[in-house]
Design a protein around this ligand. Structure first.
Ligand code: ATP
Ligand code: MG
Length: 220
């Protein structure tokens, strides 16, 4: 469904400083396919290019070479068919939980009643019922994370991209969120997702591909 074809990305070297500038080769002809309902984890050392790859798939960063195909169509920029959950959640501080969750639908031009109904469904699903009017600073890190997940899910994306979504929370919260993600995932009408998983160990078993990239690019 998602095809990543010979992606390459280099930072630096294109500026006015020319040859004297530091050049970082981050991605070098990276290719892989992702099937519908498949979980793929990108594992790798800090700085090896995981975020860069996710940003390219999200359409936020332009690769130097290669392309992304989603259901046969080339990805040329951000779109409703992909949601990216940022490591820092990316919530808008001046918007409530509901305001954040419905943001993408609002941008799409959906009527208020309809987007409220959809957003409420996902707010309920991530266990934030009753917190709709709270602002990000009034809720815990784990709840902010759940708000970001609800926002990502509310767009009903074909591809859900998550950049170390549990990195910033403590271990207990992380386990709880991993469980919750699994529950949300399995409660979606995605036929192949495992139905009886309770712990992250089982999420690991869902991971059919572990794409390893063990070496970070050389420090400039
Ligand atoms: N906008 C940018 N301009 C220049 N260099 C960049 C830019 N973004 C990333 N890099 C460099 O590209 C490399 C890969 O960065 P990236 O953020 O993709 O790594 P990562 O695998 O996500 O690391 P981490 O695990 O620490 O999040 C790093 O060396 C980084 O310094
Ligand atoms: Mg990163």
């Amino acid at each position: 469904m998602l095809e990543i074809v010979a992606l390459s990305k280099t930072y630096g070297g294109e500026g006015a400083a020319g040859a004297g500038e530091h050049v970082t080769h981050v991605l070098d002809a990276v290719s892989f396919d992702v099937a519908r309902n498949q979980f793929v984890c990108l594992l790798g050392a800090s700085g090896c290019g995981k975020t860069t790859l996710l940003r390219i798939v999200a359409g936020l960063t332009v690769p130097d070479a290669g392309e992304i195909q989603l259901e046969g169509r080339q990805v040329t920029g951000p779109g409703q068919d992909r949601s990216l959950v940022f490591q820092n959640y990316g919530l808008l501080p001046w918007r409530s939980v509901m305001g954040n969750v419905e943001f993408g639908l609002e941008m799409r031009g959906m009527r208020k009643a309809e987007r409220r109904a959809i957003s409420q469904k996902y707010i309920d699903r991530v266990g934030l019922t009753g917190y709709e009017r709270h602002y990000p600073h009034q809720i815990s890190g784990g709840m902010q994370q759940r708000t970001a997940l609800a926002r990502a899910f509310s767009k009903d994306p074909k591809v859900l991209l998550m950049d170390e979504p549990f990195a910033a929370v403590d271990m207990q919260t992380r386990e709880m969120l991993q469980d919750e993600l699994l529950k949300i995932w399995t409660s979606m009408p995605r036929d192949e997702a495992a139905k009886s998983s309770r712990r992250f160990d089982e999420l690991r078993r869902l991971v059919r591909d572990k794409l390893r990239h063990d070496e970070a690019p050389a420090a400039p």
